[in-house]
Design a protein around this ligand. Sequence first.
Ligand code: TNX
Length: 508
Amino acid sequence: MSEPAFQRRGLGDVIPAPAEVRPDPAADFTIGEGTAIRTAPGSTEARRIGEYLAALLRPATGYALPVGEDSGEIALLLDPTPDLDADGDFDGAPDESYRLEVTASGVTVWAAAAAGLFAAVQTLRQLLPAAIDASGPQQGTWVLPGGEIVDRPRFPYRGAMLDIARHFFTVAEIKAYIDSLVQFKINHLHLHLTDDQGWRLEIDGWPKLTEVSGGEGTGVDGTGPGFLTRADYTELVGYAAERFVTIVPEIDMPGHVNAAQVAYPELTADGVAVAPRTDMEVGYSSLVADKEETYAFVEDVVREVAALTPGPYLHIGGDEAQATTAEDYRTFIQRVLPLVAKYGKRVVGWHEMAGVELPETAIAQYWRIEATDEGTARAAANGSKVIMSPADRTYLDMKYTPDSKPGLDWAGVINVERSYDWDPADRLPGVSEQHLLGVEAPLWSETLRSLADVQTMTFPRLPAVAEIGWSPRATHDWESFRQRLAAFGPRWRNQGIAFHASPEIPWT
Ligand code: TNX
């Protein structure tokens, strides 16, 4: 009896679209019983990525897929000589470029750095039939389409954000989220750790932040309790790093601080305790700009978060500070910027922060729906980088349609085409390609209650933002994208990832 054939994939059937694709249908390679994985001699990183690839392929193939340095048809090699990175200048970000060649005798990946091998492995996974993502053995032939891919990212920063303040998600849930994101070459996860309804990271010396404001009854409608211990956070940062994801921690200030003020009344103007809040209102709480207690608190938090975070960034929020006067906002931000620098981190803030003069190392994250923003444009002109997260395109918490659930709709409803059909270099006057660090898709959690909710809002829109961040502009094509996206239906089902079956996509 012959084995049932799986649908053969095309070499370009990948999200994000690779920079260069040269198919050679005469050069298909079939992974078989005896296939082995060979990794760059002497590199523990390459070896680890080889094991990661083997672990992805073993369940569905049922093959042993041994990993070693001596022989193997699938080779993951480090080759520092050819600089595959288009301009090589990525703000010190790791080189994620790679070359992948499939011939009748095997697959070879070359990358200058381990991050590129990891990116190539994500491509390789997508080149196999969807059945590869099944959790148990599948009958069929595992054909990889022949030819060559040369690939590199357009922007060094391609992020997602998860709000664990309005609703807490556990370490296991956040790990699952990371695993779902890296398949689309997302390399930053911004964690919104604090807000009016909850404080989700344990801080040395300030135990009530999490004891009181991370406990039972916190979160929107009181349904999202929980917090990360320092050990939890460290575990997450390590898990992310193994997948070439940088965690960007956010402590939102001077607004969005009700939870902190519930725990520590000395952070309010009159020192009187405030009541916990579980509603969805914004813009009513503020740290006090002219009180020294404020800065003692902020310095302790910044020092601790910086010490726990190996990545270069620390996000200080700065959004929706309607309860802070303009003068106090300026005073506050100008006191906090040097604190972040003192503890060795590069500051990121929502673009309201750009209303204050910033050092050029500071990064502004644009989130609103207006067509212009003076502060962001000025910051860009002064050398600051910008992360593009326009709410009407990238906000994963917006509804897909007026009646879809969960979700909000203040920035409009966002279908897949809307999340795909825009370009970050055209979004704001004064902010063009060279000013951009990249793009990020934030997921706020006011209406989310489970990991399935997180996944449903993320997929299939996150892949659109991921492609905008990675793929060359010249590859941008909605018709091609929706066809490529259609193939993810069975992949997500096999992986147990919930998704919204958007009617725009011709799901297979
Ligand atoms: C605006 S975006 C906020 C958040 C809300 C979100 C809901 C931003 C910087 N602030 O406080 O959760 O809208 O979509």
